[in-house]
Design a protein around this ligand. Structure first.
Ligand code: NOJ
Length: 728
């Protein structure tokens, strides 16, 4: 039997089986009203289920995606505690992903900062707002590595690279929870959930919830490192994926949830299913009935079944029949009670929550500043033929496009916040250059052409000194279950871009979107392209900071941008294959190729420009590294441009003699250096043995003796190699 604290053990000793089972059940905050419980508020897949009022007063947790109102939430807790026999507080959980009331950049954007600082600040701010409202747990971070931008949920994750995944995991968890477990009790932090464990980013065809047939090699070496980093950072919960590993849905997969997660990876917190996934497991035709699926989930190690009635409906019967044990019920309930204890709820169920605090934090100065800085540091300049930065004394600027003066800039999972406050691009430009004349034209809809709007846009472009062309996606195009078969810029927007650029070549395209787009046609015509992603509350101001050169763009692509949708998946850390096609083109037969396009992405992983240029010397490193020791690889970086700039120096390694087919290069380190014009700096990376390891086919992680290549450069095309040999 798992050993819990004395408080938790004492509670378990007093609890009836029903009370223990109810801790594993999750409901909706909407059940609880001042006059009692109203189960008619049930929605979705659970609406045909029933639950007695007495169970409602024992329920362990609720999803609270509908109220950021501290007073309302306090009343729910007070009412609940007045009716709960043992006065065990109710846990409020929610999807506070990159927003609560203030909206910050989407997680994919934050991954493009290529360091954890920004995600950590955002997570800290989201946690403060959430806790002030009475929320205790967030279902974040989403750590699903993916290579498929058709998948709408690419917006929520860290992109295509395991190293960036580990940076993100640590940053988000420490931001939400604090670095010390005690901070969970300080009224400023919330518990964090790593999701979706594991492999969900590999859904077939980018179709949400679809089959995931993923090799052990990929699962262990690409997907799992971020989850391990999140566990090591102390995440309190892990959410099982909707999908399967080796043909077994994760929620009923003992090998994944118990042997791997709790065993090998050392996770000790709460495992929660994704929404209704115990019932989902039954739909795969793997079980006889609901009770069998429930038993499998319990045996697998799933403590809470999110938003389904199967645990409360079947656990008692399974226990009575001896199919599950009291020890299992104690472990599940004990894990949930321990989470409540870690959050300090037994001492004060209302810690940190108050209307005064939410009034101060929601859209307040402090959080707006974080929103603006992190947005600025996430944007990626993809192309610039001298248009940027725009001079502040420019007389007339035309701001054109469906995103020119539009507030839909928040991205997925900002449901608490969407009150239209996001600063639009035109507003941000007006704030930055109040003396400049602005002409604002929509030009077209997001998908619809309009001859009149187009005509007005062209007229505006002709009159202006500079055009800022704001294109992209609407929030509802990315996120859960928002998948696309075509990720190119819609024809209406491309038509607008062609007409506007023909009228005025001094045009910068600014993109607001939730996923990588196929930008080949835009790249051919636009002299400058700034990828801003969905930036949230401070979008317009942060964009203007970059456009006018008050700050330079420092973001780098955390995911490759394909030339067209048919190229997916295209990713940098692919193996060196036998039929290698170095140029990527179609001219050489019998190599990996397409007849109608290059196999290389349009914009590669790690790519991103600033407002100056840098040169790299060749790499130096010793010839030999002994096991257990470290070596230093260095390279000199020089600012060859005419203004100060920050370079994101990237370290890549390749195992030249691996035991299984291995990535041609893997990002292993990042350093940002700020240099004055003409200044040089020696950049040093310490390489340790851990950086050379990978999970072999025997399931063990270790490094192979033999040769390794070190590459240091501006992006994933870095190819100046220095070799060293790892020796015993
Ligand atoms: C389903 C999503 O897959 C998950 O990410 C989310 O946390 C839950 N719904 C709760 O909203």
């Amino acid at each position: 039997m798992k050993v819990f604290s004395k408080r938790v053990q004492d509670l378990l000793a007093q609890m009836t089986p029903e009370e223990k089972i109810a801790q594993t059940f999750q409901g909706l905050v909407g059940y609880y009203h001042e006059e009692g419980v109203k189960l008619e508020d049930l929605t979705g897949p659970v609406s045909d289920q029933t639950m007695s009022e007495s169970i409602a007063w024992m329920v362990g947790s609720v999803i609270n995606n509908s109220s950021a109102d501290a007073e309302k939430n306090r009343k729910v807790q007070e009412n609940y505690l007045a009716n709960n026999r043992l006065k065990i507080p109710l846990l409020f959980m929610t999807d506070a992903i990159h927003a609560y009331r203030t909206v910050f950049p989407i997680p994919l954007a934050l991954a493009c900062a290529f360091e954890g600082k920004q995600a950590k600040e955002v997570a800290g701010a989201v946690a403060r707002e959430a806790r002030a409202a009475g929320t205790h747990v967030t279902f974040a971070p989403m750590l699903d590595l993916t290579r498929d931008p058709r998948w709408g949920r690419v917006t929520e994750g860290p992109g295509e690279d395991p190293y960036l995944g580990t940076i993100a995991a640590k940053a988000w968890v420490e931001g939400f929870q604090g670095e010390d477990k005690q901070q969970l009790k300080d009224g400023e932090h919330i518990a964090s959930t790593l999701k979706h464990f594991a492999g969900y980013g590999f859904v077939a065809g980018g179709r949400d919830y679809d089959d995931t047939d993923i090799s052990k090699r990929t699962l262990n070496n690409f997907v799992m490192p971020a989850f391990q980093a999140g566990v090591d950072a102390g995440a309190q919960l892990v959410m099982s994926a909707f999908t399967s590993v080796d043909g077994v849905p994760v929620v009923v997969n003992k090998q994944m949830l118990t042997d791997t997660l709790r065993g090998k990876m050392g996770f000790d917190g709460v495992v929660i299913s994704d929404y209704g996934s115990v019932p989902d497991a039954a739909s795969y035709h793997l079980v006889e009935d609901a009770a069998e699926a429930t038993k499998m989930a319990v045996d697998a190690g799933c403590d809470i079944d999110m938003m389904s009635f199967w645990y409360p409906n079947y656990l008692r019967g399974l226990y009575n029949e001896g199919k599950i044990t009291m020890e299992q019920l104690d472990t599940m309930a004990g894990n949930v009670l321990t989470l409540k204890e870690n959050l300090g709820l037994f001492e004060d169920p209302y810690v940190g929550m108050s209307k005064e605090r939410t009034d101060e934090l929601y859209l307040g100065k402090r959080h707006r500043e974080i929103a603006r800085t992190t947005a600025r540091e996430s944007a990626v300049l993809l192309k610039n033929e001298g248009v940027l930065p725009i001079a502040k004394d420019t007389k007339t600027i035309a701001v054109i496009g469906p995103h020119a003066n539009d507030h839909d800039l928040q991205g997925a999972w900002a449901s608490f916040c969407w009150n239209g406050e996001n600063v639009t691009l035109a507003e941000g430009i007006a704030n930055a250059v109040p003396d400049t004349k602005l002409i604002i034209e929509e030009g077209c809809g997001f998908r619809e052409s309009d001859a009149k709007l187009l005509e007005k846009a062209v007229a505006a472009a002709s009159k202006a000194d500079v055009v800022v062309l704001a294109l992209g996606e609407q929030t509802e195009w990315s996120g859960e279950n928002k998948n696309l078969t075509d990720i190119s810029l819609p024809a209406a927007q491309l038509e607008l871009a062609k007409a506007v650029i023909a009228a005025n070549a001094n045009t910068v395209a600014v993109l607001y979107n939730g996923r990588p787009l196929a930008l080949t046609e835009l790249d051919e015509i636009a002299p400058a392209i700034l990828e801003c992603w969905f930036m949230g509350t401070e979008t317009g101001n942060a964009t203007a900071d970059l456009l006018f050169g008050d700050y330079e763009p420092t973001g780098r692509l955390a995911i490759s941008f394909p030339r067209c949708t048919g190229q997916i998946p295209v990713y940098y850390n692919c193996p060196i294959i036998s039929h290698l096609n170095k140029s990527g083109g179609s001219e050489i037969p019998y190599v990996s190729r397409y007849l109608d396009n290059s196999i290389l992405p349009l914009y590669r992983f790690g790519e991103g420009l600033g407002y100056t240029t840098f040169e790299y010397s060749s790499v130096s490193a010793p010839d030999v590294m002994r096991r257990g020791e470290t070596i230093e690889a260095t390279c000199t970086v020089t600012n060859t441009g005419s203004r100060e700039g920050t370079e994101t120096v990237q370290l890549y390694l390749r195992d030249e003699r691996a035991q299984i087919v291995h990535p041609g290069k893997e990002l292993k380190g990042v350093q940002k250096v700020t240099l004055q014009p003409g200044e040089s700096r020696v950049v040093t990376f310490t390489i340790d043995e851990d950086m050379l390891t990978y999970v072999h086919n025997d399931g063990e992680r270790y490094a192979d003796v033999g040769d390794f290549a070190v590459m240091i450069g501006h992006d994933s095309s870095a190819d100046d190699r220095k070799y060293f040999t790892l020796k015993d």
